[in-house]
Each structure stands twice: as structure tokens, then as C-alpha cells.
Write a protein that binds this ligand. Sequence first.
Ligand code: WT7
Length: 649
Amino acid sequence: MANEHTIRELSHEDRTFDPPPDFAAQANVTAEEYTKAEEDRIGFWAEKAQRISWETPFDEVLDWSEAPFAKWYIGGKLNAAYNCVDRHVEAGLGDRVAYYFEGEGGDTRVITYADLQREVSKTANALVELGVKAGDRVALYMPMIPETVFAMLACARIGAPHTVIFGGFSDRAIADRVEDCGVEIVITADGGYRRGKTNALKATVDKALQDLPQVRNVVVVQRTGQEVNWDDDRDIWWHDLVDRQSETHDLEFFDAEHPLYIMYSSGTTGKPKGIMHTTGGYLVGTSYTHWAVFDIKPETDIFWTAADIGWVTGHSYIVYGPLANGTTSVLYEGTPDTPHRGRWWEIVEKYGVTVLYCAPTSIRTFMRWGRDIPAKYDMSTLRLLGSVGEPINPEAWMWYREHIGGNNCPIVDTWWQTENGSILISPLPGVTSTKPGAAMRALPGIVADIYDEQGQPVEPGSGGYLVITEPWPAMLRTLWGDEERYKKTYWSQYPGVYFAGDGAKYDRDGDIWVLGRVDDVLNVSGHRMSTAEIESALVAHSMVAEAAVVGAQDETTGQAIEAFVILRESAKDRDDAVQQLRDHVRASIGPIATPRAIMVVPDLPKTRSGKIMRRLLKDVAENREIGDVTTLADASVMDAIQEEMRARQ
Ligand code: WT7
């Protein structure tokens, strides 16, 4: 457990915002839901499972006898794609729009549920033709385009777990994941549009697969029309393969615990963890929370999660949750400032978005750009706002409420993690009186607490470690190929209890404030990265002798990466070295991992046992007085570092 951390003190927040009465009057969920779930948690989750269509009903809700390996909805059989697509068409909703796709350059596509059924069936047939069988893993490295959804659902339809790799990751990140996951089929595109330029996805895949002959086929969507290299034996255009397939595909049903997908996420070591989600519980969790937290009315809402499908937020709240609920969503390919800084608000106005879900880092960026920009658009259709990915500071919360929500939209600050699968802690918009910056309380059916070091629940007014004390349907089931790491990472700090790795605090009213990671995991713009991952990228460079990375507070991105490096003798020119290292990290992990600053230092602060004291480096990076140095093996190291800093300024 982290021992170098102190839980940040918080002043009490006195502002509270009751749900607007007209909102509360029409809300999907009332306060009774909490009572119902408290009285009979398992019965509650049995009832919520009825949101989903089961080919064979389950005969037991939860089997926790082999904890921490959970089984939910035992004996149940279902198909995730059927639940997200076909059943809505069968119910006569084929003409309902599933996605309003908006390309960055302004090209658009409207995809109905009937379209989705045809496209998913064709794609499923295509994968079968390539020899993909239930249980085989398929990797996706895609832009934010409808084909990404078709491919995910096609995988789900045939029981082949997908592993979606964020389009901003490097070739090395792809290679690691393909290898760890035993992938034989990769789906990608020639490129996608970002900031008015095209990014070379296919070229990155080519590089990643250089030494991975295990990948039999690469299916390539033509999105940008840019030049690509071609391997005739391996590569196949999506349009050549998928377009000629039959529009119907026979369904097969899978066990509730059949793996649905694997999503890699950073942990405290250099090696990303393959977080595995299964079918039944995940669909119940995402469908229920999407309906309850976002108060979804599928007939009238236009829902927009402004996140990338390559992260769990996109999996759960662009794809599975909204589709399971038969919702109409917006799917936007690009960045918020292309071609202009009003792009998001233009989209809200154009489609009449009613519920918007995004990250605090975006909100802080919009704050910086100024209120005049959103003020130019008609955003009166918005009725609810959501936040996710990192703690939202009260100023950003208030700005979001006023300048985006017109002071009459409830805000749901939703806490959850890739591991959780679905939102766990959040206000309910028709029930909860919200406070700027607080995630408030666990959702019905979820049991959260805050523990001290000894595993005792803390009192209101105190902080500690956030834990989930009972299993929940959408929880991860294991880490791909590493059961030991699964047990150790999440279930060993406090036996039998899920350890989230976040610090949290109960305020005087007993409401939860999530404060951020207590381990060596960084959160940059809501993206998770580990210090160890970036450090190992740095030391892999021949110029670097040693490296330490810390997350320093940043006004826009929440945290920013700052690296301290000791150079080898051979590295002559410092400025040149810093630039080279920056490029090197970007190439090894991806642009999101690029350090804000790289400081060349003569030595690193270490304890007598050789552990780097990152806390002290964080003090330097955040321009604070240096904390206690008495446990350092050599206290003069910090003087030398500070001198170095002063000399550089
Ligand atoms: C970490 C999980 C789940 C979607 C995106 C991130 C932080 C997430 C909140 C929130 C404070 C939050 C936590 C968590 N986090 N939501 N509402 N308030 N912190 O998924 O990459 O798995 O990261 O994001 O630190 O542990 P992820």
C-alpha cells in the first residue's frame, strides 16, 4: 500500500444544488431505489437483470464462493449484440437512430438500429470467413467511426472478445497488447482525422506487427484515403471483405460469464493489465447505470459521451450501455477545437443533445477558451450533464453548470474505473442534492466505504482509501493471463474487499469526495498511466542512466508528467537530450505520455533501501517547499537538485 501519501485536506463545501423539481418529477429513479437495494442487494440485481434479454434464464444471481473470482447470473445464456441491436429491431424500433456520426471534417452518417443490425451481421460473417471462432481475441486500432462499433458488436456476436487499443497509442503499445492477448486478427483503418490532419493508423499497425507473424489478417477500413503499404497475404480492405457478406447472421448464445472484452490499462508496474469483462453482468451493469444515472428516456434523449471508444468510458457509455437501452447517441470523431473552438456546442445545437458526458479536463479547457464561445450556441436542449475520469474541481463544476447547463441541469460526477465496468459512485440526478466536486454516494446495489490503514471504516470528516466491499455485476473477473496479479492488486490490501487505489474522504455529511490515486498511477486528462511505464521507457534510451517520473498538478490536464533523469556520460548536449527523450517517450507509449518537463539532475533522492522518494520530486515539480528529507540515504541530493533547478530558471 502507498505509504508516502497524505490525503489532501479539503475545506467544507457549503453549496448544494437540489434536483430541479420538474426534473425530479420525471426522473427514472427515486430515493426508494436505495432502500430496495439495501434490503435485498442480490434481489435488486436479479430484478435489474430483467433489463436484458436472456435466451436461457439464469438460475443463480451471484456465486462468490471462489472469491475474488466472481460469477454473475449463473446458467444464463445471452448474446450481447442481440441485446444491443436485434431485439430493438424486433420490437419495431429499426428506424430509430442509434448514432448520429459526425466526422471531424463535417461529414455525417445517420445509423439506425436496422442499419446497425445489417452492418454488424455483415461484419460478423466477415470475421467468420477469416476463421475467427468464439473465444478468439480480435484487436481493434481504430478512429472514432461507425465501423469501430460494427466491429466490436460483430466480435460480441460471435463470442470473440475484442481488445480495443486507443488510437493514440504507439506501435510498441500495440505489439505488447497483441502479444499478451494472443491476437491473430487486427482491425484498423488507413487513418483517422485529428486536428485537421490524418493520423497513420495502418502504418503504426504495420510497424507493430513487424515481428508478430501470429497475426494472420489485418482488416483495413478506408477512412482517409491516404497512402498505405500493403501485404497481400495479410491485409484486406474492409470494403472488399465486408461489403459482399450476407446481411443476416445466425445468432449463437453464450454463457453469462463468456468473456466480452479485454481492455488494457496501466497499473503500478510497467506492464499494462488486461482487464477482463464478461457478458451478462457487464451488460446489466452498463444498461442499468446508463438508465439510472443519465435518466435516459430512449424515445426522446440524444445522448453524447464525448470520449474515445478506445477507453472504457466509450465501451460502456458510447457502445454497450446506450445500445442495450435503445438510445440515440452522437458519435464524434475529432477534437473540440477543429475546425473551431465551438465545435462541441455546434454539435449540441445541431443534434439537440439532451445529455452530455465528458471529462473535467475538457471542461477546464473550455473555461480557458472563455464563456463567450458556448454562449454563441443554442444549448437549451441539454437537461443533464455528466463528468468522469478525474476529480472535478468546484470551479470547473460551477462553470459547467452555468455556462453549459444554463444553471438548470443536474450534474452527475461519476466515479468508476476500467476495472469497475460501470459507474459505481455518483449522484442520482432526480434524487441527490449535489455538491460541486463530490461524487456523493454509491449507487443502489453498490457498497462503497473508506478505510484507514488498518482497514477500519473512517468517520465523516476523515479520509482514507476507497474500497468496494461487495461484488457488483460489471466488475472485472480477472487480469488476462494473470490471476495472481488480479488477487494481489485489488483484493490483498484488505482481504475480501476491492481496493480501488484512490484516496477519498467523507465530508461532515458523510458524502464521498474522491481525491485521486494513492499509488504510482498518474491521471493525465483522465487518461491513466503509470510512473513505472514512463520510467521504463526513459531508461530504455541509451542516454539515460536513471529516471523518476511524478505527476504534478496542472490547471488543465489535472496532472502533468514531469520526469527527472540522470544522463549517462555519453550524452553531451542537454537541451538536445531533453528533446530526444521527449520524442522517445512519445514514440514508445504515445503522445499522451509526453512529459511536460524533463529535468536533468545529478542524482535522485533515495531511501536507504534504494526506493526513489517521488514525493520530494513532486514537491520540486509543484514548486513547493521540500518535505521531510530525514529518511533519505543522502540528504544533500535534494540540495543539488534544487540548485540545478535554480540554475535552469
Ligand atoms: C481512475 C480510473 C472510468 C472512466 C475513466 C477513467 C479516476 C475516474 C473519477 C471521478 C475522481 C475519478 C480515479 C480512478 N476517476 N472518475 N468522478 N472523480 N476521480 O478510467 O482509466 O480506469 O481510471 O480515474 O482515480 O481510479 P480509468
